[in-house]
Structure formats: structure tokens, C-alpha cells
Design a protein around this ligand. Structure first.
Ligand SMILES: [Zn+2]
Length: 212
């Protein structure tokens, strides 16, 4: 198995990326995984590789459908968010790509750029897990020490956003996002946060149906 960390249009200096990889990512990666770092046009800037005698060792035994490829400490991902970094994982000749960065993207992990802490109960994310799901897609998820997942919560629920702002545009904006653990997010469901008023009525809401 091979993991490549690619960067297209580098805004991070080459040296910074290399030290980030060497000092922070690599010590945490499973011994059976090899990592390659590439820049645009395949120019390799730094390589770190290990043999892969038994890739099955990195399978997640509890959840075989979500195969954990690598684990990273919480602090290493936010600096990558602005930099169009991709993870490329090669498993049995098949390549899987996960794009980490790019602020224009809709990747929910952007919600973690400033905080890794649940706004409700305060539980903190400590570990990112790069997983290959049953659906054959890579995902990167943040987990707390007790294993609970940290998620992106919509402050004003997506389903009610238009009742507050009179438009559905912006419901997925990062301004309408905060970090919540899966448990708190689940409990919150689509309830409105305190202090936020609905100005529009569901029954009459439409492009021209303003109450006031
Ligand atoms: Zn919580």
C-alpha cells in the first residue's frame, strides 16, 4: 500500500511541507504503509517509504467496512486546508484520491480549521483517520480520545435556513458551520439555536412571500 501526499499549486513552502510530513505525519502512520510526497507534475520532493509485507494489518478489525489507512494527530490537517493537498492511496493497483484542501470546496473538514472542540460538550478531537469505506471512497474523519467522531454542524439547520434568512443560499456556508461531536449533533438534530428568530413562515415561504 502506498500513500502519496500531493500538492498541486503549492502555497506552502516545499520545506514546510517536508517537515510537516517528516515530523508530524510519518511517526503516526502504520508501519506497513509507505508514503510518498509529490508536487505538481509529479516532481517528487521527498520520499519516505517502507515495505508493505502485510497490508491487511492496517484493517480496522471492529469495522471491516471502513478500513483505516492512516491516522494523524489533530494538528496536522488544518495547515493543509488552504493548499489543495491530496492524499493518493494505492491499494492493489487501484488509486484512491482524497482532496484535503481548497477553501472553495465543500469538504466538511473545513469546519475544523479553527477548532477541534465540540461547542456543546467540549469534547476534543485528537486523531484524524483516513479511511477507505465500503463505498470505495476515501474519507478523513476526526475522532476524540474515546473514539467519538467530531462532525460539522449547521448552526441554523439546513432545513430551516430559509425561514431565518429568506434564502437557501448560504445554508452550507462556513459561517453557518461549527464543530460538534456526533452525539451532540444527533441530539440537536434540526432544532433552532436559542436567540435566532425565524422571520419567515414555512407555509407562505417562497421567492416573493415575505411576511414583513
Ligand atoms: Zn458534544
Amino acid at each position: 500500500m502506498t500513500i502519496g501526499l500531493f500538492e498541486r499549486r503549492s502555497r506552502l513552502r516545499q520545506k514546510q511541507v517536508v517537515s510537516l510530513i517528516q515530523e508530524q505525519l510519518l511517526p503516526l502512520v502504520d508501519e506497513n504503509v509507505s508514503i510518498h510526497v509529490y508536487y505538481d507534475q509529479g516532481n517528487r520532493v521527498e520520499v519516505y517509504s517502507r515495505d508493505t509485507p502485510n497490508p491487511n494489518n492496517v484493517n480496522n478489525k471492529k469495522h471491516p467496512s471502513a478500513r483505516v489507512i492512516a491516522k494523524f494527530p489533530v494538528e496536522v490537517i488544518p495547515p493543509l486546508l488552504n493548499n489543495n493537498v491530496q492524499f493518493r492511496v494505492l491499494i492493489e493497483g487501484k488509486e484512491y484520491i482524497y482532496r484535503v484542501g481548497g477553501s472553495s470546496g465543500r469538504n466538511p473538514i473545513w469546519a475544523f480549521r479553527n477548532s477541534a472542540k465540540c461547542v456543546n460538550c467540549g469534547i476534543e478531537g485528537v486523531e484524524w483517520r483516513l479511511c477507505l469505506g465500503k463505498d470505495h471512497h476515501l474519507s478523513l474523519k476526526l475522532h476524540a480520545a474515546n473514539g467519538r467522531e467530531l462532525t460539522r454542524d449547521h448552526i441554523v439547520p439546513r432545513s430551516k435556513y430559509h425561514l431565518v434568512y429568506g434564502t437557501r443560499e448560504g445554508r452550507d456556508s462556513w459561517e453557518n458551520s461549527q464543530v460538534m461531536c456526533a452525539k451532540c449533533n444527533n441530539n440537536k438534530s434540526d432544532t433552532m439555536p436559542e436567540g435566532i428568530q425565524c422571520w419567515f413562515d414555512e407555509s407562505t415561504w417562497g421567492d416573493d412571500n415575505w411576511i414583513i
